[in-house]
Write a protein that binds this ligand. Structure first.
Ligand code: AMP
Ligand code: GLY
Length: 420
């Protein structure tokens, strides 16, 4: 089989690694891929948001199956476009991807179908939003409605900060059109859990749970990033909470989407807060998480391509998805300065002994040498029978990878280890 995978991050590198385990796969094209992916797939210089370019390429090369993982092409209708030219895809169609692309859609869906989430109001008018936050409880959470690279969320401790967040999104357009509408919501407290699931629209099978580490610095300090590391499984997510989440959140969500004529097929990712009143949805994502995927997929025992194709066909069964016991950790090595300004172009040295544990995100090949080319450069995977072992393994593997100006968080997994 010939496949195309759309995207260029560590998540895509991990997915391609798993897809390659299937002996039926003869060739993978990554559009556009990255310097690390180039070892496994042919990287083609077509941007992930160039929907016409993607479909033209897929038709020209007679690909059998496509995997679309980033949020932008999904929101732009990449799956619809590929389906229209007869290419089956893993990923939701545009009208289902809206569950991530519009936070107000997602919140209204949860309200209509009684799915637990933070109380909220939606505003298209800045003065109304400003009036509302004058009397709301603090802290208060302000979110840009549209896609904002994970950066469109402000947790305001004071009224001044809340007002500034609303003005910067709605008047100064800090996130472009994504902020013309804002969602203002109640602040929730509790441990966070990421649950990625496979669903064919009717059957939903959760993957092993995980925990992201979004802030740049140790102790959850510093700015929000795309994610500085992840562990799986997440010890806060007990069997009881998993069962409750399935009944009050996961199944009601896919049924709601079906009832709305927006059947969701793909990876539906639930970002949950485990509050004292039970699990609540922080947000939905219409795709695999990054870097959660790099911690979750190493524990997947079943064949990824088989699962994906069953999702596409609508024949998914719970027994198709088997995870092995044990734990995994992904530590991200980033460029100094990230998520602010950083330099690029430094050669990356990876010792042979750890090559199969390195998942590349922001790196390019320059004259045959892998060089840094992004904020989050690569992830190092650790494995073990417990999270503690997996974390220790990840940091010890990371000692065999180096580039100038590298930094990483030193405390990935610590909260999970303390929980046990
Ligand atoms: P999101 O992009 O919606 O996942 O939000 C980014 C981060 O902001 C989340 O991972 C949470 O840590 C935090 N967050 C979002 N919504 C809330 C909320 N209602 N209460 C507390 N924290 C939140
Ligand atoms: N890890 C957060 C995300 O993928 O959105």
């Amino acid at each position: 089989m010939k496949l195309i995978v759309i995207g260029s991050g560590g998540r895509e590198h991990m997915i391609i690694k798993k897809l390659k385990e299937n002996p039926e796969v003869e060739k993978i094209y990554a559009l556009p891929g990255n310097g690390g992916i180039a070892d496994l797939a042919e990287c083609v210089a077509v941007s992930a948001t160039d929907i016409e370019g993607i479909t033209a390429f897929a038709v020209e090369h007679a690909v059998d199956y496509a995997v679309v993982t980033p949020d932008d092409p999904l929101a732009l209708g990449a799956v619809d476009a590929l389906n229209a030219v007869g290419i089956p895809c893993f990923g939701p169609v545009q009208k289902a991807a809206v569950i991530e692309a519009s936070k107000s859609f997602a919140k209204d869906l949860m309200r209509r179908y009684n799915i637990p989430t933070a109380a909220y109001e939606v505003f298209d008018d800045m003065d109304a939003a400003l009036a509302y936050i004058k009397t709301s409880a603090l802290p208060i959470v302000i979110k840009a409605d549209g896609l904002a690279l994970g950066k469109g969320v402000v947790i305001a401790e004071t009224r001044e900060d809340a007002e500034q967040a609303v003005r910067s999104m709605m008047a100064d357009k800090a996130f472009g059109d994504a902020g013309s509408r804002v969602v203002v919501e109640e602040y929730l407290e509790g441990p966070e859990v990421s649950v990625l699931t496979f669903t064919d629209g009717k059957t939903l099978v959760p993957m092993v749970s995980s925990m992201d580490h979004k802030r740049a610095l140790d102790g959850d300090k510093g700015l929000n990033t795309g994610g500085m590391g992840a562990i799986a499984p997440n010890p806060f997510y007990t069997k009881e909470i998993a069962e409750e989440s399935m009944n009050t959140i996961f199944l009601p969500t896919i049924r709601a989407m079906e009832a709305e004529g927006r059947e969701f097929r793909g990876c539906l990712y639930f970002s949950l807060m485990l509050t004292k009143d039970g699990p609540k949805v922080i947000e939905y994502n219409c795709r695999f998480g990054d870097p959660e995927t790099q911690a979750v997929l190493p524990l997947l025992e079943s064949d990824l391509l088989t699962i994906m194709m069953k999702v596409t066909e609508g024949t998914l069964k719970p027994e198709d998805v088997v995870f092995r016991e044990g734990a995994s950790c992904c530590v991200i090595l980033a460029s100094a300065g990230y998520p602010g300004k950083y330099e690029k172009g430094f050669p990356i040295a990876i010792e042979d002994s750890v090559k199969d544990r390195v998942i590349v995100a922001g790196a390019a090949l320059k004259d045959g040498v892998l060089v840094t080319n992004g904020g989050r450069v690569l992830g190092v995977i650790g494995l073990g029978s417990t999270v503690k072992e997996a974390v220790a393994d990840a940091y010890s593997q990371a000692e065999h990878v180096s580039f100038e100006n590298a930094f990483c968080r030193k405390d990935i997994g610590q909260k999970a280890i303390q929980e046990g």
